[in-house]
Ligand binder design. Structure first.
Ligand code: HEM
Length: 533
């Protein structure tokens, strides 16, 4: 809703006012008192000491002193855009979510990011890219918080602090920002071999996208879709860019980082400003919801696995168009808060142990990053569906709540308002049966194979893509200071493929070790290659 009235300085007033800074005819203090000078402090004489009693400079400098908020602990550097998502209606058989309905249009905000670098780092580094989408649906906000790589480094969220500590700059010298010359990164991914698949994707051309507009996106985890009758289907989400999937070659990336560290950010904003709106189709791979939660022998709860598209084709369910740039980077791109637990009726979670930890982490970190529990009231985070949550008070509360009885039922605020039932649009968890089992910490046996999926990826690459992968491993491992880490890196590569190992070993001037596990007999998946995408 718009402001109720406009005050003398042009500022909207009234209970619902939205502050529009510096829109008035004259400058004021934060309290609205008109200023006659903002360039000179009050002093005892033109050459005398500055007076503490002068409120305006203190207010101005104090505000400035607190302008920065903590950057995201990961994905600190990002660029975002507004857009619209239009459902095709093709998901109706498996998912009741209203926003997937035929021709239903839903406003969205999408933030792309690198993972490891700080807010001021360069864009075209070798890294995973975040692809987070906030759908402001009529049934509440749905966040699809994905990456441009369909698998993850670890299988259990309890290791997330560890993998990020390994990937962030070394604590002594605070370098590097990216993966190169990174002993701790390579130490981690060669000791925790579940990281092999994600690392291989990073070392492929996917690690250096040409543009945010030319990346695929993946929800990574398997989700559980619920249809109108309560039937369930397991599914993985995919974003397919209309412009195809394109990458920089490493030499280009290095030049770009020097010449224009804002390359991806600029590219996205310029394209939208020029009316070349980037588009992605949202698609789903679906799998029967069987108790084992596997498909063709692939454990669907293991986030280091993909399901080849040849086995489960991606079915398009809607179209995303990004058509507007943010007008204020801080208010929108910086303050947006995504959360994999922001779900709408029709989309439920599975027991992927990585997803389980994520459901805790995002809200927790945002309470620090955005200064308390009320950041859902920030304009970019406000749902477009009505909110009636009984949450009260707290840091940075901006709502003026009415009534005296924020509890239900009550007999003071008009009784007990309507609570939606399962058949009236409420979010109802799927009553999935939890197997009677002892509490354990061990991972399931099906999480133990760390090499056959990376092997499939390598065997699916074209000759030039293989050359790039060999070059990337040689460059990155070659920059490690510790010889033992290079050697361990080669032992991991031997378990993916002896040819890959031999070529990197040659580049490093080291002997190529033999595999320590039997090489899996896998069928290549041509859909994994970027050629023809
Ligand atoms: C931020 C994706 C795993 C914790 C993000 C963002 C993306 C993302 C895209 C940036 C959101 C934005 O643009 O604001 C993923 C994916 C994962 C994954 C695809 C695995 C499949 C995890 C895990 C944890 C975690 C396991 C913790 C246990 C965080 C935190 C942030 C973040 C703390 C910063 C959020 C903020 O400050 O708003 N993640 N992530 N992520 N992620 Fe993840």
């Amino acid at each position: 809703t718009g402001p109720e009235t406009v005050g003398p300085t042009g500022q909207p007033t009234g209970a619902d006012r939205a502050w529009v800074a510096q829109s008035g005819a004259y400058l004021t203090t934060a309290q609205g008192a008109r200023l006659y000078d903002t360039d000179h402090s009050l002093k005892a004489g033109a050459r005398g000491p500055v007076l503490l009693q002068d409120h305006h400079p203190r207010e101005k400098i104090t505000h400035f002193d607190h302008e920065r908020i903590p950057e995201r602990v990961v994905h600190a550097r990002g660029a975002a855009a507004h857009g619209v998502f239009r459902g095709y209606g093709t998901a109706a058989g498996v998912c009741r979510a209203a926003f997937l309905g035929k021709d239903v249009e839903t406003p969205v905000f999408v933030r792309f990011s690198t993972v490891l670098g700080s807010r001021g780092s360069a864009d075209a580094v070798r890294d995973t890219r975040g692809f987070a989408t906030k759908f402001y649906t009529s049934e509440g906000t749905f966040d699809l918080v994905g990456n441009n790589i369909p698998v993850f480094f670890i299988q259990d969220a309890v290791k997330f602090p560890d993998v990020i500590h390994a990937g962030k700059p070394h604590p002594d010298r605070e370098i590097p920002q990216a993966q190169s010359a990174h002993d701790t990164f390579w130490d981690f991914v060669t000791l925790h071999t579940e990281a092999t698949h994600h690392t291989l994707w990073n070392m492929s051309d996917r690690g250096v996208p040409r543009s945010y507009r030319m990346m695929e996106g993946f929800g990574v985890h398997t989700f559980r879709l619920v249809d109108a009758e309560g039937g369930t289907t397991l599914a993985k989400f995919h974003w397919k860019p209309r412009l195809g999937v394109h990458s920089l070659v490493w030499e280009e990336a290095q030049i770009v980082n020097g010449v224009d560290p804002d390359f991806h950010r600029r590219d996205l904003a310029d394209a939208i400003e020029a009316g070349a709106y980037p588009q992605w189709e949202l698609g789903i791979q679906t799998f029967p919801d069987i108790p084992e939660q596997t498909f063709e022998g692939i454990d669907l709860l293991d986030p280091t696995n993909i399901v080849p598209e040849e086995l489960a084709p991606v079915q398009p369910v809607g179209l995303l168009t990004l058509d507007a740039n943010p007008s204020n980077f801080f208010a929108e791109t910086e303050q947006v808060a995504f959360h994999p637990g922001h779900l709408v009726p029709g989309i439920d979670i599975t027991d992927d142990p990585l997803l389980g930890g994520r459901l805790f982490s995002y809200l927790d970190t945002q309470i620090t990053r955005l200064g308390g529990p009320n950041f859902a009231q920030l304009p970019i985070n406000r749902p477009h569906a009505p909110v009636n949550d009984m949450f009260r008070d707290g840091m940075h509360q901006t709502a003026v709540h009415r009534g005296v009885a924020p509890y239900r039922p009550n007999s003071l605020d008009g009784g007990c308002p309507f609570l939606a039932g399962a058949d009236t649009g409420a979010y109802v968890e799927t009553p999935v049966r939890v197997p009677a089992a002892a509490k354990v910490r061990e991972a399931p046996e099906t999480f133990a194979d760390h090499f056959s999926q990376p092997r499939r990826f390598w065997l699916s690459m074209s000759p030039v893509e293989r050359e790039h992968i060999v070059g990337a491993y040689t460059f990155e491992l070659g920059k490690c200071y510790e010889q033992a880490i290079k050697e361990r890196g080669l032992r991991v590569l031997a378990n993916i493929d002896p040819e890959l190992c031999r070529r990197v070993a040659e580049g490093l001037g080291l002997p190529a070790p033999e595999p320590t596990v039997p090489l899996a007999d896998v069928t290549p998946s041509p859909a994994l290659s970027q050629v023809g995408r």
